[in-house]
Design a protein around this ligand. Structure first.
Ligand code: SF4
Length: 610
């Protein structure tokens, strides 16, 4: 096999055993890598209904057939498991040297099951894996953990770890690498913590087999050059995703005070140009010349790698308009191993709940010190922090008193940083994403704003589906970064050329889209198998706030979503996906996608329509 290594590494932490397992070309072609492999493995191996934080869950690190070849923006892997936050399929991608080293060690995926009796570090060096006592590392933050491990291994080693949030099973704890590159929003860090696994160190010293190595090298160099010729390249290097703050403000899409509003009166203090005044450098994923992580010094004088999502969720969404303080909160969250998007959402929820006097705690908007203290309480599950550590869905259910009305999530995953009072397509994208409310699968809001944001027309549904297949299916399974395509217009043909050089196969884009659809339907089946009789169409509906509480400020004052029009849009979306009126894939759809075995299994949990 070329491109893929053809090997998964199975790690059993209960028995301290590792077994390398070969897989065949059919699996590779059917599921491609990254998210595709993770979905297939979780579907095949997990018993439905398991507790995500039990020994029975599997934690998967999976890469794709392009990972490790030195191609632009390809230094990523997917970390996946059944999510403790949502109860469904959970994953996230992260840019890390670990992705490259895992592939060079000879593995396309590492699948971790069981639980170590005591804290442990898993060290994988080519064919040798060892379990190292991590009692001295337990309790350290993710930056300290990586620094200590770095001093023990080769400079090229790739390290992923968890901080105290993962150890304390905070439901939105992430896995962290390279001081700020985090992955696995739906609690992948908590799954790692539940296994007593503090870190994984990857070292690989093999060549990954490419069908046409010379052509691979040439394409790689040409790809880097091409990225740099794109008109927006220079500005992207200056501001990365942060220029979106100004764009969102202009378009009333900037989450403000727990998504109550879409404009923030201090937006100019936290946007791209404000950031440039305090910027000290760029950081990024390995093998990337777009390096979108902007490094600034926070109010704590420590370096913090910031982007649009964390600035907004820890800034305007909690009423904080001081960029240096936001940067300090961001670094603190990364050190603790907390997902910054969910964290900002949870904090906003707590501030609104306090303001409405539904809890005795006094938590005010935009207060830096109080917020920092609350973040620490969440990571260590102290007091009210323990309630918030469960995520907004659970916290609202526990607090009651109508707080569900301002709990901003879909399927339990907190919304990322785009307000959708006036963006029906983006709301549909959040509502039907594979992991809950995440923007990464189908970021359609800029297209929607450009082409008319108020309508619910068919074109919007088509765009959401197109983007879900491309971004959530193809990119997440090749495990390459979507930004060259999405932000600079890097042409998709590059990826078919890369795939040809890596695998020796012609894999045209329509084949990749078909594979993506297969993967997305398998993930849908996973959710439905887990929720079974509790599965309901309202799981594909965005938060009620967007339907019932209009914007009260800015140029779109009065805007909100229309529930009947949204429902009609969702019905059409289902039809186009080949799903029935409950949002469950039809037998004919699964058959068309080569998932007939899924039909049989899923039929044990819900009635399937033809
Ligand atoms: S553009 Fe940003 S997210 Fe994408 S690979 Fe580069 S550094 Fe990573």
């Amino acid at each position: 096999m070329f491109g893929w290594t053809g090997v998964f590494l199975n790690v059993d932490l209960t028995r301290n055993k590792v077994v390398a397992e070969s897989y065949d070309t059919t699996l590779a072609l059917n599921f491609m890598g990254g998210r595709g492999f993770a979905a297939k493995i979780l579907w095949d191996r997990l018993t439905p209904g398991i507790d995500p934080l039990s020994v029975e869950n599997n934690l998967i690190f999976a890469a794709g057939p392009l990972t490790g070849f030195g191609l632009p923006n390809s230094g990523k892997l997917v970390v996946a498991a059944k999510s403790p936050l949502t109860g469904g399929y959970g994953d996230g991608n992260m840019g890390t040297q670990a992705a490259i080293q895992m592939r060079k060690a000879g593995y396309d995926a590492v699948i971790i099951e069981g639980k170590s009796e005591t804290p442990v570090v898993l060290h994988i060096r080519d064919t040798v894996a060892e379990f190292i006592d991590a009692k001295d590392l337990w309790g350290l933050n993710s930056f300290e953990t990586e620094a200590q491990l770095k001093s023990l291994y080769e400079r090229t080693a790739g390290i992923v770890s968890i901080g105290p949030a993962g150890e304390n099973l905070v439901k939105f704890a992430t896995v962290v690498s390279q001081e700020g590159r985090a992955g696995g929003r739906p609690g992948m860090g908590a799954v790692m913590g539940s296994k007593n696994l503090k870190a994984v160190v990857f070292e690989g010293y093999n060549e990954i087999p490419a069908a046409y190595p010379k052509s691979m090298k040439e394409l790689s160099a040409a790809g880097y050059r091409e990225v740099m010729t794109k008109p927006n390249y220079a500005f992207w290097k200056r501001q990365g995703t942060i220029s979106t703050v100004e764009w969102s403000q202009e378009n009333s899409a900037l989450p403000t005070c727990n998504f109550r509003e879409g404009v923030f009166d201090k937006a100019d203090k936290i946007g791209g140009f404000a950031m440039e005044k305090i910027k000290v450098g760029n950081r990024g994923c390995p093998q990337c010349n777009m390096t979108c992580g902007n490094v600034v010094k926070g109010s704590d004088r420590k370096e913090s790698e910031i982007d649009y999502e964390n600035i907004v969720m820890l800034g305007s969404n909690i009423g904080l308009g001081n960029l240096k303080q936001i940067a300090a909160l961001n670094r603190f969250a990364d050190e603790l191993g907390l997902d910054t998007i969910s964290l900002g959402n949870v904090l906003g929820f707590a501030m609104e709940t306090s303001e409405k006097k539904r809890v005795p705690e006094k938590i005010q908007w935009g207060k830096f010190q109080e917020t920092k203290a609350l973040i620490e309480d969440i990571a260590y599950r102290r007091g009210f922090g323990d309630v918030l550590a469960e995520g907004v869905r659970s916290a609202a259910a526990k607090i009651g008193h109508g707080s569900e009305d301002w709990a901003m999530h879909v399927k339990g995953l907190e919304i990322s940083a785009y307000d959708c009072h006036a963006a029906p397509a983006m709301a549909l994208s959040y509502a039907t994403s594979s992991v809950g409310a995440h923007h990464k699968d189908a970021w359609v809001i800029s297209w929607e704003v450009q082409f008319g944001r108020k309508g619910y027309r068919e074109e919007k549904i088509n765009k959401v589906i197109e983007m879900q297949r491309l971004r959530g299916g193809v990119f997440e399974s090749l495990t390459v970064c979507r930004f060259p395509y999405a932000e600079l217009g890097f042409e998709l043909e590059w990826y078919t050329k890369y795939l040809h050089a890596a695998t020796g196969r012609e894999l045209p884009f329509n084949t990749l889209i078909y594979t993506a659809d297969k993967i997305l339907n398998l993930i849908r089946a996973f959710w439905i198998r887990e929720y079974a009789s509790n599965w309901a169409k309202d799981m594909d509906v965005p938060p009620m706030r967007w339907f019932t509480q209009p914007l009260t400020e800015g140029p779109l004052k009065g805007a909100m979503l229309d529930p009947l029009k949204y429902d009609a849009m969702l019905n059409k979306y289902y039809r186009k996906r080949g799903w029935d009126e409950r949002g469950i894939p039809k037998k004919s759809t699964l058959k068309k996608l080569g998932l007939s075995d899924v039909t049989k299994e899923l039929g044990n949990y819900v009635k399937l329509n033809d």
